[in-house]
Design a binder for this molecule. Structure first.
Ligand SMILES: *Cc1c(COP(=O)(O)O)cnc(C)c1O
Length: 353
């Protein structure tokens, strides 16, 4: 039996994508996808398709944006963003560990204004009512905080470029994507295997800092070379392309958002209803549809609960070490039935205790 995979990342991908990817390892136009040249016509087609599908899903085709697939993970973007865009001062919203890490890197390049932070409450809510200064080079946010299970439900209205780490909720819901000037996302949360990072950047925000930028870290290099300045992560890009095709065949972001909302409603209703559990996030409006974090009211039930969900074939439910408890990551490919299987174990625990 295949497991119900609630892992936070690398995470579940559609079974059809695994089948197509496996077939391409054995035979991709009479070679293996693992041995083809990234300069081959066949791979250039894959790259172009992945880039155009990413822009198409976000509604950003022909709007001055470029899609890049690079290595280095989302973590590399923490510094690339600042290297390319931070001349004097940048504003950051600190909503989680990943924001904190992005801020640390940005400080190497200029002044950082932390407009608000929920760090002292271990990030169990999204700060509100902050003011973004108008004299900053950009404003940086994270839409979804993978570790803590909070999610920004709106897009900030700012007069400066808006930069966003969307690693763990890209392609899961609609947003006003045109309000963003640069979006980045590590593939392994909702798009593909680890190893590729998607960057969608509005070209006209680039080229404004006075510092010299090493070629490999300069977005303009990768735009000019169509993400082929050096050897790109061929296989992760191929699998990402397959996932983006799968998403399109299944109705795109609009359709998946409905299912994601159903999955989130199912788990959160149970967390709120079941007297043995409580949610980690203090403000319900800040709850993530991708990562639901929750704890047992009484730790004494932990051994019984852990064996129940493991017996039910559930994988990857342990919370991040900085939060504890449980985290149900419900990315696009996780079926509603998996969430139902988890809810069943929570109800069984209640009956048995
Ligand atoms: C996982 C994650 C990262 C780190 O991604 P890497 O690809 O491992 O560098 C950054 N930001 C968010 C929101 C994440 O979920």
């Amino acid at each position: 039996m295949l497991k119900h995979n609630f892992s936070a990342g690398p995470c579940i991908l559609p079974q059809e994508v695994f089948q197509k990817a496996a077939a391409a390892v054995l035979n991709f136009n009479d070679l293996s996808i693992l041995e083809i040249s990234h300069r081959s016509k066949d791979f250039i087609e894959v790259m172009e398709k992945a880039q155009s599908l990413a822009l198409e899903h976000l509604g950003l085709t022909d709007k001055g944006y470029k899609a890049l697939f690079l290595g280095g993970g989302a973590t590399m973007q923490f510094l690339m963003v600042a290297y390319n865009l931070l001349e004097k001062k940048a504003a950051y919203l600190n909503t989680g560990t990943w924001s904190d890490k992005a801020i640390k890197e940005a400080k190497l390049f200029g002044e950082v204004v932390e407009v608000a932070s929920s760090k002292k409450d271990n990030y169990n809510y999204i700060p509100k009512g902050y003011i973004v200064p108008e004299d900053v080079d950009y404003f940086h946010i994270q839409t979804n905080n993978t570790i803590f299970g909070t999610q920004l439900q709106y897009t900030p209205d700012v007069s400066v470029p808006l930069i966003c780490d969307m690693s763990s909720d890209i392609f899961s819901r609609q947003r006003d994507f045109e309000k963003y000037d640069l979006i980045y996302a590590g593939a392994q949360k909702n798009m593909g295997p680890a190893g590729a990072t998607l960057i969608v950047v509005k070209e006209d925000i680039l080229g404004k800092v006075s510092r010299q930028i090493p070629s490999m870290l300069d977005y303009r290099t990768h735009i000019a070379k169509e993400s082929m300045f050096n050897t790109p992560p061929v296989f992760p890009i191929y699998v990402s392309m397959l996932t983006l095709e799968w998403l399109k065949e299944n109705g795109g972001i609009d359709a998946i958002e409905k299912i994601n909302n159903e999955k989130a409603a199912l788990i959160y209703n149970e967390i709120d209803r079941n007297p043995l559990f409580k949610g980690y996030v203090t403000e319900k409006e800040d709850r993530s549809t991708m990562n639901a974090t929750f704890v047992l009211n009484d730790e004494a039930h932990a051994p019984a609960f852990d064996s129940l969900w493991k017996e039910a074939g559930i994988n990857g439910l342990n919370g991040h070490r900085s939060v504890g408890g449980y985290r149900a990551s419900m990315y696009n490919a996780l079926p509603l039935e998996s969430v139902q299987a988890l809810v069943d174990t929570m109800q069984e625990l209640e009956r048995k205790s």
